[in-house]
Design a protein around this ligand. Sequence first.
Ligand SMILES: CC(C)(COP(=O)(O)OP(=O)(O)OC[C@H]1O[C@@H](n2cnc3c(N)ncnc32)[C@H](O)[C@@H]1OP(=O)(O)O)[C@@H](O)C(=O)NCCC(=O)NCCS
Length: 281
Amino acid sequence: MTEMTARRMQPEDLAEGLRLTQAESWSYRLEDWSFHFRLGNGWVACDAGGQVLGTALWWPYGEQFATVGLVVVDRHHQGKGIGLRLMNAVMEDAGGRSLQLVATRAGMRLYEQCGFREHGAICQYQGMATAATLPLQAGTAILGAVTSTDLATIAHWDANAFGTDRTSVLAAVLAGGEGVLASRHGHLAGYALAREAGRGTTIGPVVAEDETLAIEMVARLLQRRSGIIRLDVPADATVLREWLASSGIARIDCAAVMIRGTPTPHRNGARVLGLVSQALT
Ligand SMILES: CC(C)(COP(=O)(O)OP(=O)(O)OC[C@H]1O[C@@H](n2cnc3c(N)ncnc32)[C@H](O)[C@@H]1OP(=O)(O)O)[C@@H](O)C(=O)NCCC(=O)NCCS
């Protein structure tokens, strides 16, 4: 058993976090670590000399719900109880909140031990898009660019689909990105945001009344972005997934969504069809 302590993550630890995720070939850049760290709470495990051996972060969405991510242990120290120690710190820190995460295969056993159970799956898509914009559905209008003045409206509408308010996350994505809004019959029916992340552009969140509308908004964003595009979409969003694949954005893998406690209630017809990231959901 390696001698080890767990403490709260500090900004100076970000470079070490990056080292750990790079060792796993995750696409996080230092900017992506910083983006996630600023929005949440982190724990690091260290050896007696202060060397960082692992990280785990969590993001509160109000008092009832939180997500967990960036759980990673140094390759040379895996299987020694460090992941469990970090998860215990996160679970205690998060209090009575229900917790949700997207689990790698390597992490599933650890999360099961911690009381998480499978609840659907998320599929990662990545590639260079070749898609053309589809014709708009009758009654749908893409209203164009999202601006900061739209934030309150979007966040209010989004809370019904996501299950809880996430204004600060949406503000952070929008601050470094762009987005499109869609309406039907004069009502907000969807939005999609895009930002630089990982190996190129991440499109997410994508929230829409249906998958066809999501496709229209994603297509609109693809016209404005070049290079590698990434989306993380629910496994049961089959129409969107087929369209992505036919547009040159291929499925990389699918991973289990796991929940400890109860899922957030979804209160209207809109669905979250693209994640901000697997960590933030
Ligand atoms: C998943 C991970 C965080 C677990 O941390 P760890 O310190 O190795 O795990 P622990 O030693 O605390 O072990 C906890 C449980 O997970 C199991 N486990 C650990 N590493 C494992 C692996 N590579 N594959 C399968 N199970 C593993 C252990 O066997 C243990 O279960 P047990 O007590 O029944 O034997 C670590 O292996 C890791 O960083 N993997 C690569 C990154 C990753 O996939 N992170 C998860 C993101 S969701």
